[in-house]
Design a protein around this ligand. Structure first.
Ligand code: ADP
Length: 471
């Protein structure tokens, strides 16, 4: 301020001095007026430069001035720079926030007070079929036409979520979306969507499983309690009594087999996959399963039925890495199925082969009734049976192939099922190359451990429930 005043006085003095020299007192007066005017217009010009720059600071360079206007320009420049910095920072924060919502596995859309879409992420675009170019600024009610959503949106009761059929949902491949609106701010809405197809499927599977298990247990239980009632109420002769007790034992054994298979499945699901510390000789694994199969065959098809031929072909001298009890259980189930479903006089071949792609395959081929192609994809589902009565009569639980498939997957392999109706079936357990190595002589860690007392290898052999007399 002092500098400004002194510069003003200096200009007046200079004007007065020049005027005095030119024409005395009158000149000095005119010089003072002229100095004041020069000072005023110069100041006006400098102030205008600052104002012009402040009107559009992005487009113009800040003026470099001295004095009061210089300081004003300087301070304005610093304030503008701080504001720009703040803008950059909040823009970066906004972008980071939007990127986080963009990465969300759930669909998110922001609606204004009238329900017009302000922003949405990719998941919401996928869930509702929205197009970022076309649909921003559109009314949500016009774009999501599902009547369930329309009713929910119009009802304005957003305290609960609604389930909608997702885009591309078909009866064969249902897609389910859980959608909820959350009011926030001054009447805006946050639309959240979540794909709950897998959850709904798991819940449906759980319900089916419980219903199936209950049904499987209820049948033998009903029969059993019927016999108990008969034994309690009727005077039976010893032969009849013996027959009834035999039937009861068969029903009890059926339940036991079921529980055993359920426990095996739950163990397979609940334990970590087998590692590479236990090695099993393939020859021994196959021989054990074949022996069990032959024993079951004799039990199921006693003379005078024509005997089945259960043949084991040459097995490569390899050892397998994994769980011996699981592998035995899987292969046993395949052999036992072949024996149970192939009629008397049929042929069952067990082969082990190293495939051209380096994997090893254990296959059980039979000359049984075969399976129609439409059943094949569902065979390894729990409790899925093609011939329900044949399965039950021969002691099946409907869980054998589910167990075999689980075991294959836990050993990084697969269960391949092929069949020709009327000609026979082939079930192959295929394991990857890293799951086997050349067999090591017994005593060097290549032998299979014996099953523990009470441990059942599978559902075949002596442990298998004998064929039940019809009740
Ligand atoms: P189950 O205990 O009923 O045999 P599985 O899971 O082992 O249950 O097999 C499922 C169904 O697949 C069986 O009920 C049967 O209908 C069919 N199946 C399995 N193996 C054979 C086979 N070798 N030949 C014909 N059908 C078979």
């Amino acid at each position: 301020m002092f500098r400004r005043l002194s510069s003003f006085l200096l200009v007046l003095l200079a004007g007065a001095g020049i005027g005095w020299l030119a024409s005395g007192l009158a000149g000095a007066l005119a010089g003072v007026i002229a100095g004041a005017m020069v000072w005023f217009f110069t100041d006006l010009a400098r102030g205008s430069r600052v104002i012009l720059w402040l009107r559009d600071p992005q487009a113009r360079e800040a003026p470099t001035l001295w004095g009061l206007w210089g300081e004003a320009a300087d301070r304005s420049r610093r304030l503008l720079r701080a504001r720009d910095q703040q803008l950059i920072e909040s823009e970066a924060r906004l972008q980071a926030f939007l990127a986080a919502i963009q990465a969300s596995p759930n669909g998110v859309a922001i609606l204004d007070r009238q329900g017009y879409i302000e922003w949405f992420n990719q998941t919401a675009a996928k869930d509702f079929g929205l197009d970022p170019q076309r649909d921003l600024g559109q009314q949500i009610g016009n774009l999501v036409r599902d009547p369930v959503f329309a009713g929910y949106y119009a009802g304005r009761d957003y305290g609960h979520e609604v389930l909608l059929a997702g885009r591309g949902s078909t009866p064969q491949r249902p897609v389910q979306l859980s959608v909820q609106l959350h009011p926030y701010g001054d009447g805006r809405l946050l639309l959240l969507s979540r794909d709950v197809t897998a959850l709904a499927q798991a819940e449906a599977m759980r319900r089916d499983f419980v219903a199936n298990v209950s049904h499987e247990i209820r049948t033998p239980l009903t029969v059993l309690s019927g016999f108990i009632e008969t034994l309690q109420s009727l005077e039976l002769d010893p032969t009849e009594r013996e027959r009834y007790l035999g039937l009861m034992a068969a029903q009890a054994e059926r339940m036991q087999t079921l529980v055993q298979d359920l426990l095996t499945l739950s163990r397979l699901e609940g334990s970590p996959p087998p590692g590479f510390s236990e090695w099993i000789a393939a020859e021994e694994l196959c021989s054990l399963c074949v022996d069990e199969g032959r024993a079951l065959s004799v039990l199921l098809w006693p003379e005078p039925a024509a005997p089945q031929q259960v043949r084991l072909h040459a097995v490569p001298a390899i050892s397998l890495a994994g769980s011996s009890s699981e592998l035995r259980s899987a292969l046993s189930n395949l052999v036992s199925n072949a024996v149970r479903y192939t009629p008397a006089g049929g042929q069952i071949d067990i082969t082990a082969e190293i495939l051209s792609d380096g994997r090893v395959e254990f296959a059980v081929t039979d000359t049984g009734p075969g399976i129609a192609p439409e059943h094949l994809p569902r065979l390894s589902e729990r409790f899925y049976r093609v011939d329900r009565s044949r399965s039950r009569e021969s002691g099946g639980t409907g869980l054998g192939l589910a167990i075999a498939k689980h075991v294959a997957q836990r050993h990084d392999g697969e269960l391949i099922m092929t069949s020709v109706l009327g000609q026979g079936s082939r079930f192959a357990l295929v394991l990857p190359a890293n799951r086997f190595r050349p067999a090591v002589a017994v005593g060097q860690g290549g032998a299979m451990r014996a099953p523990r007392t009470g441990e059942r290898s599978g559902r075949s052999g002596p442990a298998r429930q004998p064929p039940q007399p019809r009740t």
